[in-house]
Design a protein around this ligand. Structure first.
Ligand SMILES: C[S@@+](CC[C@H](N)C(=O)[O-])C[C@H]1O[C@@H](n2cnc3c(N)ncnc32)[C@H](O)[C@@H]1O
Length: 262
């Protein structure tokens, strides 16, 4: 019964590198998604005068370390945690191969194995729509964040557009599908208003919410996706073309930050 209520998280347990190989789906988090969200987070850090090297950051649901390594590149002392042991192993292997000092742990966001007020910053990106208990994850994030610390997030809105693009086109319709069935579930998507309310209940005050939008129109996107399902392109080609950027429209994906009360 539980399996029907959650997203298909077994995709993260592959025994090959599904994160850093450019021909794999999840590498698109680096090529398509990271430029938008890391650029936004970096701007917020500067605006809030919080861009101080060596501050500690916890990345919850770090997967193969694609966002964690970007934060390490900004000069932070980064810890990553994810329930998928194969993903954590990939993340550690990649960081070691790059000489990047990141500490990775196996564990779920619902029960973080860290003391209260441990981190200056916490990030949880592309994860809240996959967890069993969003309230518990947000409560744990708030608990381990230092007073005055910042929380960075991105997730998927629950709208007709996200149903059409991320459920039907991306998963259900074989002509274009580029994700596994049930990799996302519509009822797990969260509206910005719901997230802001849930964060407030844990002492996290939302600072700003911005859209993550594609730099391509729907017809071009369908053409790109068809190239892959027809065997002419791999994810590498999609990753080179389907870039996301910061924008006003939050109807599909959105990102933001929140501050923990002092
Ligand atoms: C789409 S990936 C995002 C990876 C990474 N945050 C990024 O954006 O590059 C979703 C990740 O959420 C993780 N995840 C699933 N359930 C989780 C939970 N309860 N707590 C923390 N992470 C979870 C999965 O194992 C997977 O690595």
């Amino acid at each position: 019964m539980l399996a029907q209520l959650t997203t298909n998280n077994t995709v993260y347990d592959a025994d090959t590198d599904i994160w850093w190989n450019p021909d794999e789906l999840f590498h698109m988090l680096k090529t398509c998604v990271n430029p938008a969200r890391v650029g936004f987070f970096e701007r917020i850090l500067r605006e809030q005068q919080c861009y101080v090297p060596n501050k500690t950051l916890l990345d919850v649901g770090c997967g193969g370390g694609i966002l964690a390594e970007a934060f390490a590149g900004l000069g932070f002392s980064v810890t990553g945690i994810d329930p998928s042991a194969p993903s954590v192993a990939t993340a550690q292997r990649h960081a070691d191969s790059q000489g990047v000092d990141i500490r990775y742990h196996i564990g779920a966001g619902e029960q973080l194995p860290f003391a209260d007020n441990s981190f200056d910053y916490v990030s949880c990106c592309d994860v809240l729509e996959h967890v069993q208990d969003v309230d518990a994850v947000l409560s744990e994030i708030s608990r381990v964040l230092k007073p005055g610390g910042l929380f960075f997030y991105d997730t998927i809105n629950r709208t007709w557009l996200s149903w059409l693009f991320l459920i039907k086109v991306a998963q259900d319709w074989p002509r274009w599908a580029f994700m596994q069935p049930n990799q996302h579930r519509y009822d797990r998507f969260i509206t910005p208003a719901e997230l802001i309310q849930k964060m407030a209940e844990t002492g996290l005050a939302n600072g700003q919410t911005r859209g993550m939008v594609g730099n391509y129109n729907i017809l071009k996107t369908l053409y790109f996706l068809r190239q892959r399902t027809a065997g002419r392109w791999t994810y590498r080609h999609l990753g080179e073309r389907m870039l996301m950027r910061e924008g006003r429209d939050t109807n599909l994906c959105y990102m933001g930050w929140a501050g923990k009360d002092r």
